[in-house]
Design a protein around this ligand. Structure first.
Ligand SMILES: [Zn+2]
Length: 339
């Protein structure tokens, strides 16, 4: 314990680089041991044919030069990427639906070779959960689940202060939990998944498939008459304006999300459950409806003992999470090597 404290204390004034690799945008920041993002930058994950690794390397160079920090004072780099990750070996799993260029690659070794620093890679929502539990809104909570709905849906689980990665890196892949046994095939190949009903991609896909040739619907007008242009934001807006089809899709999304929250609360009963992600901005005004749905599927006493926060996604929180991953691995290493 003393060794751990000494080692961590010794790095207190150093900074860590946090990298959040998203399907469209990659964000990088320098993060202090206290969780402050002192400088950050972002860029499109891929510019034309450019490899996403080059985007990461370029952004790290940009933030370190802007902060005037020499590479020597940076302790490590933490990277969050979507989908399952073999964190032990630093290999991105397959499939990575939204960033296929990274699938199967030893990203920790590749990036480490380029920047000359230790690199830890894990799932982006695992990183976010660690960030919230150690440096963010749920600081001090021993158990926490983050459910993030953006293009897809991911989750991160921290129990008794430990990140739950599972045997092959699938720990927290709650987006592909069935919420409808007889539901259609999800893009992941499974059936009736939560992500199919309540993620940005899922909501847009469902709207497209149900709109048919009904030219009267506000939804089709919102998409300029072309269903392929439909987005989840348009569906939420149309629902707010009272379009019947959009209302039914959004109601179903809230119900699916509530069912997942009930499963999490009953099964893990975490101190804190954070629902976040890009789509949550649209879900936020539906908070009462989502909580009502969660109440239909959770034991009342379990639900009452879990603090639920529904907050829009925030790139800086994701960057802080990626940095928290590197801090966490340092602490785990110290525990492993402790005599
Ligand atoms: Zn699925």
């Amino acid at each position: 314990m003393r060794a751990a404290a000494r080692r961590r204390g010794g790095r207190r004034h150093g900074v860590t680089v946090g990298v959040d690799v998203g399907g469209t945008t990659t964000a990088v920041g320098l993060v202090t041991r206290e969780g402050d993002v002192i400088v950050d930058a972002s860029a499109p994950t891929r510019a034309g044919e450019r490899d996403p690794l080059e985007t990461i390397v370029g952004l790290i160079a940009e933030v370190t030069s802007r902060a005037g920090t020499s590479a020597r004072s940076i302790a490590a780099v933490g990277v969050g990427v979507p989908g399952p990750v073999d964190a032990e070996r630093g290999i991105v799993g397959e499939p990575v639906t939204h960033i296929p260029e990274l699938a199967g690659r030893p990203l920790a070794a590749e990036l480490g070779g380029r920047v000359g620093l230790p690199v830890v890679v894990d799932n982006d929502v695992n990183a976010l959960a660690l960030g919230e539990a150690t440096l963010g809104a749920a600081r001090g909570a021993r158990s926490l689940v983050v459910l993030s709905t953006g293009t897809g849906i991911g989750a991160g689980i921290v129990l008794e202060g430990r990140l739950v990665r599972g045997a092959a890196g699938f720990g927290g892949e709650l987006g592909h939990t069935p919420v409808k046994f007889d539901g259609p095939r999800c893009w992941c190949g499974l059936r009736g998944c939560l992500a199919f009903y309540a993620s940005g991609r899922g909501i847009a896909d469902i709207a497209r498939s149900r709109i048919g040739g009904d030219a009267r619907t506000t939804l089709l007008k919102a998409a300029g008459g072309d269903p392929s242009g439909l987005t989840a934001a348009m569906v939420f807006r149309a629902a707010h304006e009272g379009d019947g089809l959009a209302v039914s899709i959004v109601d179903e999304a809230c119900q699916a999300l509530g069912a997942m929250m009930g499963t999490i609360v009953n099964g893990l009963n975490p101190e804190v459950l954070i629902v976040t992600g890009g789509v949550v901005e649209s879900f936020a005004r539906l908070e009462a409806k989502i909580l009502r749905a969660a109440g239909e599927y959770a034991f009342p006493r379990a639900l009452a003992s879990t603090r639920i926060e529904i907050v829009p996604g925030d790139k800086r929180a994701s960057v802080r999470g990626a940095a928290a991953l590197a801090f966490y691995e340092q602490a785990v290493d110290v525990r492993r090597t402790r005599p």
